[in-house]
Ligand binder design. Structure first.
Ligand code: TNX
Length: 651
């Protein structure tokens, strides 16, 4: 019955003209996607080009056999509708399979492609998609990247046979909503974008010193008090403190959380909640000071960044409180096998000062404050596992031993990850120097205010979650990696987008694609085709650096040919050579030319890319240095008519 209702709904959806957007503008030739290579991020394991094209049009039918394929088909229809304003009819009639997209659901235990793998066969007469429900969902994410941006009567898709499966089981992105609250609609947008690139986990950092952002029914003060910050430090003016006077508020109600979790599930993303303990707990202690070790202490929702001595006191009352909180949390995230309990950066001064803690140490034979931290985490882990879930903690939880069942997020470099993998823990690699997307994407002086050293798109692409030191057996314990977006200096959703994209696309390829099919220049080519799709979704990604712009040491006599290509469709490059930052009045780069670089007189080129809708990249700098005698070639003819130059600059 339910099944027919779904068919009915889809038929109505596809046949009803009210649902159709006005036809797309004027006919325009399709992009070179059809004739060019097949451009998919993350790169599939195997693509075999066969001949011809499949033409998807309004008459194309979707054929499904099982309920799980209905859901997969539905997600294809959603994408078609959102982008082109129409949907396809869905039926279980396999009789005439011409001009159709046939979904075949395969049970996970009956496929060699694994739980997440898929096969996508595009032939001129039909498209066949097979896999588990999740696998079919990923097949669709690949398929739609082959569609042109605009619909001009038919969507032509190059024929090919794609077989695919991920390299890692854990492919995550994180978002800190404690430092700056992000509205529920944005969380959904973020999740949708992650799903598009085959991520399967969203790690939601919900509590920290500067804000508690999840409603807990039994402890209403957590959000009444803990979700309100009076103001925020301006930039890095901690001492003396300069505040901006602007309150930061916001939390997610349980209803909103359920809605987001269900939305994520429909996109095959598991949401992992993080409740940080025993440190990073100022906001909770501002609401319930009784669970700290100090009496008459000015616990408050912090307005600056860094570490704070506020810490949960390991009393029975505190454990009861934390178990109540985690109990409610686990009910809100029924599909997550994990709860993240933080465990990072604990300052132990308050424990050291506490008579209660000294007595506890004696009673439990705990030799150090670190040992209390481990004892604390083990108690929490016992509770979490009694509810059938596993804990994840930041790598500090390893320090005095934690049970092997705990999954470790290695953030302080590779070393803790190596240690944890050797000790038999499952490990998720999140080394700050490689995948902390709150770090700047280029020269920090030219980027928005941020933390840490630069991590470029290429750095992310070249990151390998498996450290070379590990034996193949221990390497199996590395279940994946995750990009982290801490939001001390990232205030608004569009700032999150700027920091996360396009680096999250590079990381998606690290996590999904086999190493042998990875190639950074090809990734950049694919990115060029993919960015307009992000524009379509109003994603405020950071416009990448023009290709061909990098520092050069020139040999005597070597010509410095400046040959740049714009990294985005319809983009323009403005540049200066006098050390000032370029703007829209600066010289417009049009064709390759020779730059005079005299001996021992370095030239600094500053460039900025501006998109057709007026969005500006940061300033990019390249330095050209020539040592020794120069004989700058005066006779050089710029390759004006080189086809690749025309193609890229002409769009
Ligand atoms: C370290 S990573 C932290 C966060 C900060 C981040 C800034 C971790 C477990 N703790 O509290 O926001 O660095 O990059």
């Amino acid at each position: 019955m339910k099944r027919f209702l779904i068919i009915g709904f889809l038929l109505v959806l596809s046949g009803c003209s009210l649902w159709e957007k006005p036809k797309q503008k004027t006919a325009k030739p399709q992009t070179d996607v059809i004739f060019g290579e097949i451009s998919i991020i993350p790169q599939p394991a195997s693509i075999i080009r066969t001949g011809g094209l499949f033409e998807l049009n309004r008459e194309t039918k979707i054929v499904v056999a099982a309920e799980s394929s209905f859901r997969a088909a539905n997600s294809l229809n959603e994408i078609l509708f959102e982008n082109y304003g129409f949907t396809l009819s869905v039926s279980d009639d396999r009789a005439n399979a011409e001009n159709s997209i046939v979904f075949s659901n395969i049970a996970a235990n009956e496929t060699t492609m694994g739980e997440e793998g898929y096969s996508l066969k595009i032939a001129p007469e039909l498209i066949e998609i097979s896999g588990t429900e999740r696998g079919m969902f990923y097949a669709i994410q690949s398929l739609v990247q082959l569609f042109p941006l605009d619909f001009t009567g038919a969507i032509q898709i190059p024929a090919a046979e794609i077989t695919d499966a991920p390299r890692f089981a854990y492919r995550g992105m994180h978002l800190d909503v404690a430092r700056h609250f992000m509205p529920p609609e944005f969380i959904k947008k973020y999740i949708e974008l992650l799903a598009q690139y085959k991520y399967n986990y969203f790690h939601w950092h919900l509590t920290d010193d500067q804000g508690w952002r999840i409603e807990i029914k039994k402890y209403p003060r957590l959000t009444e008090i803990g979700s309100n910050r009076r103001e925020t430090v301006v930039g890095k003016s901690y001492k003396p403190f300069v505040g901006d006077g602007i309150p930061v508020k916001g939390f997610y109600t349980q209803e909103q959380i359920r809605d987001i979790v269900a939305f994520a599930k429909s996109k095959h993303i598991t949401v992992i909640p993080e409740i940080d303990m025993p440190g990073h707990s100022s906001a909770a202690l501002a609401a319930y000071p009784a669970y700290g070790c100090k009496t008459n202490y000015p616990y408050r929702v912090q307005t600056t960044w860094g570490g704070f001595p506020d810490v949960f006191c390991p009393t029975e009352e505190t454990f009861r409180f934390l178990e109540d909180v985690l109990g409610e949390v686990m009910e809100l995230f029924p599909d997550s096998p994990y709860v993240h309990i933080g465990g990072d950066e604990v300052m132990m001064d308050h424990w050291r000062d506490s008579a209660f803690v000294r007595e506890l140490k004696r009673r439990e034979n705990l030799k150090s404050e670190q040992a209390i931290q481990s004892w604390f985490i083990r108690r929490i882990e016992d509770f979490v596992s009694s509810r059938g879930k596993k804990i994840i903690g930041w790598d500090e939880i390893l320090e005095e031993g934690v049970r092997p069942s705990a999954t470790v997020m290695a953030w302080r470099g590779f070393e803790p990850g190596i240690k944890a993998a050797r000790a038999g823990h499952n490990v998720i690699m999140t080394p700050a120097d490689a995948v902390y997307f709150d770090h700047p994407q280029g020269n920090a002086a030219l980027e928005p205010l941020s933390l840490g050293g630069q991590i470029t798109l290429e750095d992310v692409y070249k990151f390998d979650p498996i450290p070379k030191e590990l034996s193949p057996e221990d390497a199996n314990n590395i279940i994946g990696a995750q990009g982290c977006v801490w939001t001390e200096f990232i205030k608004r959703p569009k700032d999150v987008e700027y920091m996360a994209f396009p680096r999250a696309l590079a990381l998606a390829e690290v996590l999904w694609s086999k190493q042998r099919v990875k190639n950074f220049p090809e990734f950049l080519e694919k990115l060029y085709r993919e960015l307009p799709r992000l524009d379509r979704k109003n994603v405020h990604y950071r416009i990448p650096k023009p290709n061909g712009l990098f520092d050069r040491n020139l040999l005597a006599g070597e010509k410095m040919v400046l040959d740049l290509t714009v990294p985005i469709a319809d983009g323009k490059i403005y540049y200066t050579l006098d050390g000032t930052n370029p703007n829209l009045k600066s010289a417009l780069y049009q064709v390759p030319f020779i730059l005079d670089v005299e001996s021992n007189k370095p030239v600094e080129l500053r460039a900025k890319v501006v998109s057709s809708n007026g969005r500006e990249s940061p300033v990019f700098i390249a330095k050209y240095v020539r040592r020794g005698n120069s004989t700058v070639g005066k006779n050089y003819v710029p390759p004006l008519n080189r086809p690749e130059v025309k193609k890229k600059n002409g769009r």
